[in-house]
Structures are given as structure tokens and as C-alpha cells.
Design a protein around this ligand. Structure first.
Ligand code: BDR
Ligand code: CA
Length: 319
């Protein structure tokens, strides 16, 4: 069997980030070599703490979690989590569920998240996939620091909305809105990106009947409790859905198996000013330029994805 592809998750851990972390750990095709942390659903320190605690719960303490940006590129003053975001993910980011801190988190010699990403890219090249599921600040920082990384790294990101409205603003999706300048730089610079935005992630949903299948031990109970909290929050943000969207897990699934998605190739940009700040839209200055740099996910093989999600998560929490 071929060696597994290396993967780094760049998380703002977050309930659906926790699901995507679990999905990756249950995927034999990839080896999670590290998690980098960014502000977003919670402050960066809390997100790093959550990722470490979840890895410890799953007995995966050897995987390092490296803190990155604590606020957007152009930010001034401390980052503040919006009330609606705190409502969706809970004040601790994982549905207010208590799990112990990691007692012995793994360490690395990387000085921050961007440094870790660059080092990993120089070591593994095209055998590395990077999956950002929070604001793009760490990725943009790595791209600005290292031109090889900027022009070579394989990136599959969760973020944006091209064909449908946003979720935190009428035009804008949360991760892109978190740092529109960083996302704009990434989308206009990187030559090979797959974008998994709301266009696709809002086509798939998970219910409490599904999460009930994870229960029966501390790992499964934790994840089911956190996701049930997230499902309850969707009753307010997406009334009638009777479940939750699967933003970050779908991005991860597509990173591992691109045949799960259907794509439209586009050269994208992000509006960085005015009322549409955070909108992902075609870049009019590169309309006819080929090859297109971004594959925008517009369709998903729902049944296959949900079956993969269930079996991969059960592989981790099922015993
Ligand atoms: C994205 O925003 C965050 O709240 C979620 O974790 C996901 O990454 C969805 O818009
Ligand atoms: Ca996220």
C-alpha cells in the first residue's frame, strides 16, 4: 500500500472542526502530521486547547497543535468572537462540553503556525494537503513568507459562498468574513485551490439520530454531545433543518477524496471593502485567464459522503 498522504488541518476548533479532526483520524489514506490553530469560532488559545484536548481524548497526543494568528491581518485591538458565533459553538467552542486539558501535548521546533506549514511543505511538497477550516490568516502569512509555499502548496479550504447567500452577513461566509484580506490574497495568489463553501456544505446535514450511533464511551459521548449542541443551535439559525450542516467535515472529505464533489473552475477574489466585505466572487481582472486557479465545489455526492462520515467517525469513537 502507498504511504498515506500527509495532511495538516488549520482549525478554529469549533464543533464542526472537531468533527473534521475526527474524520481525518478515521481516514487511513492520510496521516495527520499536525494541527495549526487560528482565531475564529473562539480565541486562538481556546481553539488550540480544544484541539489538544480532543487529540488527548482520542489518545493521539503525539500530533502537535501549533498556535497561529490571534486576529485578522488588518485587525487592530483584540479579536472578539461575535455573539452569534458563540451561540453556535458555545462559549468554549465545543458546545460547553467539559473534557480535560491535554496533559502532555506534543511539541515541535516550529516557531508558529505559518512556520510549521512552510517546513512541512518543504519536506513533503505535493504529498501534503492543507485544509484550512477557519479564517485564512495563517495560510496567507505562510504564503507571504515563502514564495515556494505560495505557488506550490495544495490547499482545500472550507469557506465562501459563490452561488448562495452568506451565513454571517448577507454576502459573506464566516471564515472568509473573519479575514477577507487574507482570503483575497490567498485566492488571487495560489495557483491550485479547492474551495468548499456553503454552496456545497449546506447541501448535507447530520441529525441527532446519526449522532446517537456514536454514543457508548467517553469519545463518542463527547462528540455526540457537542454535535447535538450544534444541532440545537441550528434550530435558530436554520429553522426547519432538523439537523446541522457539515461545513468542515465536507472540506476534509473532499480533500481526501475529490470524487465526492462537483466543481466549477473560476478565478476568484474576495471583496475587502464596503457592504459586501467578505463576499467571494469571480475576479473580473482575470475572467478569461486560464488555467483557473480555484475549483469551487457546487455539488456533492450526499449519500456517499454521509456513509463515509459515519464509518470514519465510528472508526475513531466507536470503541
Ligand atoms: C464555518 O464557520 C465556522 O463557524 C465553522 O467552523 C465553519 O468553519 C462555516 O461558515
Ligand atoms: Ca471552522
Amino acid at each position: 500500500m502507498a504511504a498515506p498522504t500527509k495532511i495538516i488541518l488549520d482549525l478554529d476548533t469549533g464543533i464542526d472542526d472537531a468533527m473534521c479532526l475526527t474524520y481525518v483520524l478515521g481516514s487511513p489514506e492520510v496521516e495527520l502530521i499536525g494541527v495549526t490553530g487560528v482565531f475564529g469560532n473562539v480565541q486562538v488559545e481556546q481553539g488550540v486547547r480544544n484541539a489538544r484536548a480532543i487529540l488527548a481524548l482520542y489518545r493521539q497526543n503525539h500530533i502537535p497543535v501549533i498556535a497561529g494568528a490571534s486576529r485578522p491581518e488588518q485587525g487592530s485591538g483584540p479579536y472578539e468572537v461575535e455573539e452569534i458565533v458563540e451561540f453556535i459553538h458555545g462559549h468554549n467552542g465545543i458546545g460547553n462540553i467539559d473534557i480535560p486539558d491535554a496533559s502532555e501535548p506534543a511539541t515541535t521546533d516550529a516557531k508558529d503556525a505559518a512556520d510549521f506549514l512552510i517546513q512541512a511543505y518543504h519536506r513533503f511538497g505535493q504529498d501534503l494537503i492543507i485544509v484550512p477550516t477557519g479564517p485564512e490568516t495563517n495560510i496567507a502569512e505562510a504564503m507571504r513568507r515563502d514564495k515556494d509555499f505560495a505557488h506550490g502548496a495544495r490547499i482545500v479550504l472550507m469557506g465562501g459562498a459563490v452561488t448562495i447567500p452568506g451565513n454571517v452577513r448577507p454576502w459573506s461566509e464566516a471564515n472568509i468574513f473573519g479575514d477577507p484580506d487574507a482570503a483575497n490574497y490567498l485566492l488571487r495568489t495560489a495557483p491550485q485551490i479547492t474551495m468548499v463553501g456553503l454552496d456545497a456544505t449546506q447541501q448535507v446535514r447530520l441529525t441527532k439520530e446519526d449522532t446517537a450511533r456514536w454514543r457508548g464511551n467517553p469519545k463518542g459521548d463527547f462528540l455526540a454531545d457537542a454535535v447535538d449542541y450544534y444541532i440545537d443551535a441550528h434550530d435558530r439559525t436554520a429553522p426547519g433543518l432538523n439537523g446541522c450542516y457539515l461545513h468542515d467535515p465536507l472540506a476534509t472529505a473532499i480533500a481526501i477524496d475529490p470524487s465526492l464533489g462537483r466543481y466549477v473552475p473560476l478565478n476568484l477574489k474576495v471583496d475587502t471593502d464596503g457592504p459586501t466585505r467578505g463576499r467571494t466572487i469571480a475576479d473580473e481582472t482575470r475572467l478569461s485567464k486560464t488555467p483557473k486557479t480555484c475549483h469551487v465545489t457546487v455539488g456533492v455526492d450526499k449519500e456517499r459522503f454521509l456513509a463515509e462520515l459515519m464509518s470514519r467517525i465510528l472508526r475513531v469513537v466507536g470503541s
